[in-house]
Design a protein around this ligand. Structure first.
Ligand SMILES: Nc1ncnc2c1ncn2[C@@H]1O[C@H](COP(=O)(O)OP(=O)(O)O)[C@@H](O)[C@H]1O
Ligand SMILES: [Mg+2]
Length: 232
């Protein structure tokens, strides 16, 4: 997919993301980081980016919604403005399309490993499970937005930091002022967690679940061990 790619109006070609062989290095791979707010995504992306850069890999670190000027502008709206669930889902997928075309696909084409803080699993977990938005419509948007010349773009690996929402709330209370999502009650985050669990169960080969309720060092050690087991 490039900035000049034709709109995904044709019948989408679906590819099973979990069935492809695991590459022996993360070069040219899309690695996404998922989990509820406070789970430790930002902490571990930074650590992993440094580790892989030190190994000589080209690392592109980015986030969703966001990652391009247009998508960052949409992020501001989505995180701060009240809006209905469909508007929210459309804006997030619009931001994702721009991000894929302008940044992720070009970076992958040069052999970079792209580390992305949240991706489409977050749409299914937050908009779908959290807000109760129609999962079929999310799947349709996923096919439209992630369709490229090589098929449907999916992460090569998704690292899910799984955390009890009560622990996450305690961490966040000490860390930062909440945005529109972080202000949701604990029940919302229990639904989001269940949404991630469902995605993980549906695609176990793509997902790596990490117990994020442990100390920062232990979470990092578990992550390193799991990546080493893949040869990464
Ligand atoms: N395993 C952990 N134990 C204790 N605190 C943690 C742990 N992981 C992250 N934190 C802290 O929790 C807060 C949220 O972490 P962060 O990495 O920003 O999470 P996320 O990006 O998933 O929202 C930060 O203050 C961070 O230092
Ligand atoms: Mg973060």
């Amino acid at each position: 997919m490039s900035a000049g790619v034709a709109p995904a109006g044709a019948a989408p070609r679906l590819e099973a993301s979990g069935g492809s062989p695991v590459p022996s290095t993360p070069a040219g791979c899309l690695v996404t980081f998922e989990g509820i707010d406070g789970a430790g995504k930002s902490s571990h992306i930074g650590r992993l980016a440094e580790r892989w850069q030190a190994r000589g890999l080209q690392v592109e670190r980015t986030r969703e919604p966001g990652g391009t000027p247009l998508a960052e502008a949409l992020r501001e709206l989505v995180l701060q403005q009240p809006m209905d669930a469909l508007t929210e889902a459309l804006l997030i997928f619009a931001a994702r399309r721009d991000h894929l075309c302008q940044r992720i696909e070009p970076a992958l084409a040069t052999g970079a490993v792209v580390l992305c803080d949240r991706f489409t699993d977050a749409s299914f977990a937050y908009q779908g499970a959290g807000r109760g938005f129609d999962l079929d419509l999310l799947s349709t948007l996923e096919r439209w937005v992630q369709q490229g010349p090589a098929g449907l773009r999916q992460p090569d690996l998704t690292i899910w930091f799984d955390l009890d929402p009560a622990i996450a709330a305690r961490r966040l209370a000490a860390a930062r002022a909440p945005d529109r999502f972080e202000q949701q009650d604990e029940a919302f985050f229990h639904r989001v967690r269940a949404g991630y669990a469902a995605r993980c169960a549906a695609e176990p080969a793509r997902f790596l679940r990490i117990d994020a309720g442990q100390s920062l060092d232990q979470v990092g050690a578990d992550l390193d061990a799991a990546l080493a087991a893949r040869g990464w």
